[in-house]
Design a protein around this ligand. Structure first.
Ligand SMILES: [Zn+2]
Length: 253
């Protein structure tokens, strides 16, 4: 925790039917500032909410080009559906694709997803759970399929849990921090122009502090989370859930 803040940039919900025009606003920033982002790609999207256009014929070639330029491809679930109601490790959503699904099924989906991405010439090496929904069985399935790193959790340093390295993802917009490793998750499909601008300004000031998954794995030596940092992460989650519950209640009144 004593080193100065570093950042990772992550783009979620990338698939051939994504909002290509909205995505294009971010591509020049990746190149201009030399960012090596995490690209969370849905292998076989069936989520209608991610159908913004007919499938882009250039999508997979574009992902390959970005990967060749240094981006890290993440397996973002399998079909991005909400088929399960169980609560996972990070209960931020009521329904998810993976949490609570039998282990064998989870492994089958992860294996199929990896095969699809590899079939398009990509090399997915980390896991990003749709809607933060995953459980112990997901981690077991990931290990069985040779994926040992995920992007999620609310601690301020990478750590190990369930035999997998967790690189935390705590921000949904750029926020300047003094210490720790912070992953900023951007949903390009829904981002407003003001958010693109906000990211551009932040990158202009902090580009040198942006790192890559490979560097993080090299520089940090992830271990089990200490009691205090674990407790702090739980408090952050609790505060987040409490503030959301309050907002819901207010809307109902
Ligand atoms: Zn998603």
């Amino acid at each position: 925790m004593n080193r100065p803040a570093q950042y990772l940039l992550r783009f979620d919900d990338l698939c051939p039917t994504f909002a290509a025009d909205r995505w294009r606003r971010f591509v020049p920033l990746i190149a201009e500032f030399g960012i090596k982002p995490i690209l969370a790609v849905v292998p076989d999207n069936r989520d209608r909410e991610l159908e913004f256009s007919p499938p882009s014929p250039d999508f997979w070639a574009e992902m390959r080009a970005l990967e060749a330029a240094g981006a890290m491809i993440a397996l973002h679930g399998y079909r991005h559906l909400n088929n399960s109601e169980a609560r996972g490790w990070l209960p931020l959503h009521r329904k998810t694709e993976f949490a609570g699904v039998p282990q064998e099924k989870q492994r089958e989906w992860i294996s199929s997803g990896l095969k699809i991405l590899r079939g398009h010439g990509l090399d997915p090496r980390i896991w990003v759970a749709p809607r933060h929904g995953f459980d112990r069985n997901t981690l077991l399935a990931l290990r069985q399929e040779g994926i040992g790193v995920l992007s999620d959790g609310l601690a301020r340093v990478p750590f190990t849990r369930g035999g997998v390295v967790w690189i935390p993802q705590q921000l949904w917009e750029p926020v300047a921090k003094s210490q720790g490793l912070w992953t900023i998750c951007i949903h390009s499909n829904s981002a407003r122009n003001s958010q693109v601008e906000q990211l551009r300004v932040f990158l202009g000031q902090h580009a040198a502090k942006f790192t890559s998954v490979e560097r993080v794995l090299r520089e940090f030596k992830p271990q089990r989370l200490g009691i205090m940092e674990d407790l702090r992460a739980k408090m952050v989650l609790w505060r987040f859930l409490a503030s959301r519950a309050r907002k819901r209640l207010r809307h109902r009144i």
